[in-house]
Design a protein around this ligand. Structure first.
Ligand SMILES: [Zn+2]
Length: 314
């Protein structure tokens, strides 16, 4: 795979279709080689009708958007990336052992090598680093703070996927005696610093008292200087930083980009994140790491999926 910025000049008019298949909705659009967004829209996946009907919907979206020379799909789940196979997805019940790449190629009339299936967090990382926050940064981890914590790793300007699970920083264990995680372990950073975890911790601390566990209220009060809310967000940030520390030790990364709904609280989490980083990586490193908020919002996934499809088969 080539670097994110190494497409030959003169190819600027080619269109790539990107589709981000989320747990409740689909966001899709068309982007050109040079990064011009032609169109984007939201669609209803109609999950109740089953996987084959959803594949029909995805093919229909490709056609409704006017088609393109490549098609990239971001999906939440465990993939065989080489074959474009969705092995299983905890968020998409019934989507087991599904040949997404070949099924879609056949439905839209593209050669299979022009259809690429990518993990959704990886796709979002490529999208953000290409057109959003950290544009031009060659080494970064995108950390998605949502229901869980996802991650996508860019090294040397390229997506590094490992066997498919690289960058999954959400399952770094911070506290072996902490809350149980969906992965079977305890105290993964996802159980301590995701939006879900923040809500649970706010509830346990009886914050905010009138709207217990409501994150917008929690952050608004912290911003207005309320000490209990500030302290809780700092503590959550510290656990997040503790999860990111090993990443700094292993890769000497200097840029983290935070996406997902809870990243709106990054300014409040930041003091804690830096403390956690300092505690769990080289001493004195915490203050020097760049912590950026993602700028593409929910569009990062489809844009990145389109880009990865082009890079995989220019
Ligand atoms: Zn876990």
């Amino acid at each position: 795979m080539r670097g994110m910025g190494s497409i030959p000049a003169g190819a600027a008019a080619r269109r790539q279709v990107g589709i981000d298949l989320g747990g409740t909705s689909i966001k899709a659009g068309v982007v050109t080689d040079s990064g011009a967004i032609v169109t984007e829209d939201n669609f209803d996946p109609g999950f109740a009708r089953g996987p084959q009907a959803v594949l029909d919907t995805l093919a229909d979206i490709f056609k409704r958007l006017g088609g393109g020379e490549q098609l990239g799909i971001g999906v939440p789940g465990l993939l065989d990336r080489a074959r474009g196979h969705l092995i299983a997805s905890p968020n998409l019940p019934g989507f087991v052992d599904l040949g997404v790449k070949h099924e879609l190629a056949r439905r839209v009339g593209l050669a299979p090598e022009r259809v690429h299936v990518e993990n959704d967090a990886n796709a979002a990382a490529v999208g953000e680093l290409w057109l959003g926050a950290g544009r031009g940064t060659r080494d970064a981890l995108l950390v998605t703070l949502g229901t869980g914590i996802g991650g996508g790793l860019i090294l040397n300007g390229e997506l590094y996927a490992g066997s498919g699970m690289a960058g999954e920083v959400g399952h770094v264990v911070v506290d072996p005696h902490g809350p149980p995680c969906g992965c079977g372990k305890r105290g993964c950073v996802e159980t301590l610093a995701s939006a879900t975890a923040a809500r649970r911790r706010a509830l346990a601390a009886q914050l905010p008292p009138d709207k217990p566990g409501d994150l917008p209220t929690l952050t608004a009060r912290a911003r207005s200087g309320s000490l209990a809310e500030l302290a809780l967000l700092r503590e959550i940030g510290r656990d997040l930083g503790r999860g990111l520390g090993p990443v700094v030790c292993l890769l000497d990364l200097s840029t983290f980009v935070f996406g997902g709904g809870f990243s709106a609280a990054l300014d409040l989490l930041e003091p804690g994140i830096r403390e956690g980083l300092d505690e769990r990586s080289y001493s004195g490193r915490g203050p020097h790491v760049r912590l950026l908020q993602a700028t593409l919002g929910p569009s990062a996934g489809w844009i990145g999926a389109a880009r990865v499809a082009l890079l995989a088969h220019p």
